[in-house]
Design a protein around this ligand. Structure first.
Ligand SMILES: Nc1ncnc2c1ncn2[C@@H]1O[C@H](COP(=O)(O)OP(=O)(O)OP(=O)(O)O)[C@@H](O)[C@H]1O
Length: 243
């Protein structure tokens, strides 16, 4: 279970980005976070694995309080949570397979990481992850030769290689056309259903959120103003959320 408790984030001593946000996500849920620009979606997602440390409040993953952890123990918990960025976050000049292998780094000693020493098993996992997103044939292609949709599929493969319990995805389809956005959302759906990975995803496209997420959390000015079933998200709620 992933649980945020009374999160507050104040940037630069002046911008209140999250204002007492609490959220409990059960294993296997597919949760969409919506809200207008600046409502705090990105900040909330980044707090979940302490990419942003809250000024107040804490986050638990399976009873472990992340704010009390550091170094090795924090790294261990973090590898259970994959993070997907809007801009893919790949190393452009590296091959697709090398990018995917980065997902294995959190399982290495620092020396193995430094020299990028991967085992046969790591390669096998990376290839399997690439076949999962149907990109095995692009394995030796440079990442910057791929289209946006293909890059995001590589990012998903990299995250799957990490064997996460949870995937945090920050506007993963915002730069993609509609058809590609649906394709990427399907991969998240499959990871959720077939691998039982919990998904927490920021989306500015409400129709996409309604189509794929079972639960929607609506943020407004750093506060949760809606938390319920996607099917119960009425036009009235949306109006309040975006007005
Ligand atoms: N690193 C930062 N330093 C200072 N202020 C920040 C930082 N990141 C976000 N903010 C501010 O915090 C507030 C919430 O931003 P956040 O990016 O979490 O919202 P968002 O809902 O994800 O917006 P968008 O959809 O535009 O990405 C905004 O006022 C933003 O300007």
């Amino acid at each position: 279970m992933l649980k945020a408790e009374n999160l507050q984030v104040i940037y630069d001593n002046k911008t209140l980005a999250l204002d007492d946000v609490s959220l409990t996500v059960a294993p296997g849920e597919f949760v969409g976070i919506i809200g207008s620009s600046g409502s705090g979606k990105s900040t909330l997602l980044k707090c979940m694995n302490l990419l942003v440390r809250p000024t107040r409040g804490t986050v638990y993953l399976d009873e472990r309080d992340l704010m009390t952890l550091n170094g090795q123990s924090l790294r261990k918990v973090r590898r259970e949570m994959g993070f997907i960025f809007q801009d893919y976050n790949l190393i452009d000049r590296s091959t697709v397979i090398d990018n995917v292998l980065i997902g294995r780094l959190s399982y290495k000693t620092s020396l193995q990481s430094l020299f990028r020493i991967f085992s046969q098993e790591d390669y096998a996992r990376a290839k399997k992850a690439l076949s999962y997103v149907a990109l095995e044939e692009k394995m030796y292609e440079r990442a910057d030769r791929l289209s946006g949709g293909q890059k995001q599929r590589v990012a998903i493969a990299k995250t799957l290689c990490q064997r996460p319990k949870v995937i945090l995805a920050d506007e993963p389809v915002a730069s993609l056309d509609q058809a590609t956005a649906h394709l990427i959302m399907e991969y998240f759906r499959r990871a959720n259903i077939k691998k039982n990975i919990t998904i927490l995803i920021n989306l500015h496209d409400v129709a996409l959120a309604k189509a794929y997420c079972s639960r929607i959390v609506g943020l407004k000015k750093g506060k949760v103003v809606y938390d319920g079933k996607a099917g119960d998200l009425t036009d009235d709620v949306l109006k309040r959320l975006y007005e």
